[in-house]
Design a protein around this ligand. Structure first.
Ligand SMILES: [Zn+2]
Length: 288
């Protein structure tokens, strides 16, 4: 009798514990869903003032990725980890890279510029759309001595090689390591002929000076700028499932298997050659 009561009490306690545990799991799941829109963040309006650290236009699902909420959360910037972070599932190793701090300083890219980009895509790639699904990353340097000068050029939307829209890259990394986003990641922009249909562009602030080899060596000599670049690339590769072989320099663009231009255009830029990119990749491995 005593034994049976004891057993019943134990069974009751076990059920109570299971109920409490279930309630906690449900509460955590609800909290995660409620916080999701806030965590994802909407891209600020074009030309929005800087200060936000939420990258604009990051698609939660890269090519070939599932649309599960867990993968969307794991590419969110780590700085925004909210109260729900403890209930998050452990991200898969390929998604571990966290977003570095990113300052939003988007150039004007309204319907007119998007239409210009779609028309450019139609002429050069045979597909009239401005929508970007990133598959590659192209490294550049600005050939300017300041971030402001590069941003001004990208914002001006002046014709390049006689065509609109004007040139721009998605990110510019200042000499002090500050990363400024210029264009949302789901929008194409002109930074590398033949690859703008599929490539994210990253510019390092660096004057042209004594030539490409010298210029890239200057970037490697600035630890904070280099480190910001390594972290940005690691995060983008993880977020979009971009293969390391598709991290290239502008000087390598014509030889990329992803290169295409229906009008026969080619790049004549020498920024970031194969040796420089190989050195960057070695630094990425060391930084892991
Ligand atoms: Zn370039």
């Amino acid at each position: 009798m005593v034994k049976r009561q004891e057993t019943r009490r134990r069974t009751h306690r076990r059920r109570l514990f299971a109920l409490v545990a279930l309630a906690l799991v449900v509460a955590a799941a609800v909290a995660v869903e409620i916080l999701q829109p806030w965590r994802a963040g909407s891209p600020p309006a074009a030309g929005a003032p800087s200060g936000s650290s939420s990258p604009a236009g990051l698609s939660p699902t890269g090519p070939g990725r599932s649309a599960s909420p867990s993968s969307a959360r794991s590419v969110s910037p780590s700085s925004s980890a909210g109260p729900s972070s403890s209930s998050r599932p452990t991200p898969s190793p390929s998604l571990i890279a966290a977003a570095p701090p990113i300052v939003q300083d988007l150039v004007p890219y309204g319907p007119q510029r998007k239409a210009e980009m779609a028309a450019y895509s139609g002429r050069h790639f045979g597909e009239a759309t401005w929508v970007l699904h990133p598959q590659a990353i192209v490294l550049h340097y600005t050939a300017t001595s300041t971030y402001a000068a590069a941003h001004h050029t990208f914002a001006s939307n002046a014709p390049a090689l006689g065509e609109l829209p004007g040139v721009a890259a998605h990110f510019v990394i200042d000499e002090n390591g500050t990363i400024y986003q210029q264009v949302p990641l789901d929008v194409r922009c002109r930074h590398a002929i033949g690859l703008d249909w599929c490539a994210i562009g990253i510019e390092f602030v660096q004057p042209a000076g004594s030539g490409p080899t010298w210029a890239v060596a200057q970037i490697f000599s600035r630890a904070r700028q280099l480190d910001a670049g390594l972290r940005l690339v690691a995060w983008l590769e993880a977020a979009y499932g971009i293969d390391a072989t598709n991290l290239i320099g502008h000087a390598m663009a014509n030889d990329s298997p992803l290169f295409k231009d229906l009008l026969g255009w080619h790049n004549d830029h020498q920024d970031w050659n194969a040796a420089a990119v190989a050195r960057f990749k070695q630094a990425m491995v060391r930084a892991e």
